[in-house]
Design a protein. Sequence first.
Length: 214
Amino acid sequence: MMRVGKYCMALLMMACQTRFLPAQQAPSKPAEAAAAPAESDEDKANELSEQVGKLMVKCVNLLTAEDPQSLDYCKQQRDLADQYPPHQRLVDKMMAHDEYGIALAAFDHKEEALQEFDREIVLVPQAVKPGSPEWSTAYWHRAMIYTQLGQIDKADHDFRSAEENFRKSSASSDSESAEKKRRIILRQHAALLEKEGKTEAAHQLLQEAAKQNP
């Protein structure tokens, strides 16, 4: 079984605390609006968000405990998040694919994990802004799976995508957690290049990792 990195789990636990907010109660509709649809997309998204949030907490807690039941709860979370109306709660949907992908990878279902990360990356440009740590995370997680599958060129490409995103002037990488993530990505990429005999490129990445992000 592949052990999930402690840093990845810390990120998931932070998401557990901050991502889902209680759904606001919709204001009463006037009588003349009685013929309107019973439930708007926003209403449906609010209802689903509360359920997805509860499943996410269970998914993350079981993943942290390395419990195989995490696969079931993370899948339930993913399936429910996929029911959000179009263009609603895209970050929640993106992260549900990410967490299920981590669970699959943790219990050696690498090909299935790759599919989840593929689906997450499709959502990334719609869900988050370039330069956001979440953008880099999606490519980073897929790079790790490609590395384990021996698809080195694809892993190298995704590591580069994650790194380039952090180098954008708009990158919101000034927080301590984002900075730590940036350095981990650079060091993992350097280790991959070192194994491939690309010593100079690996050394450059390690030098970049040692520098404080401006």
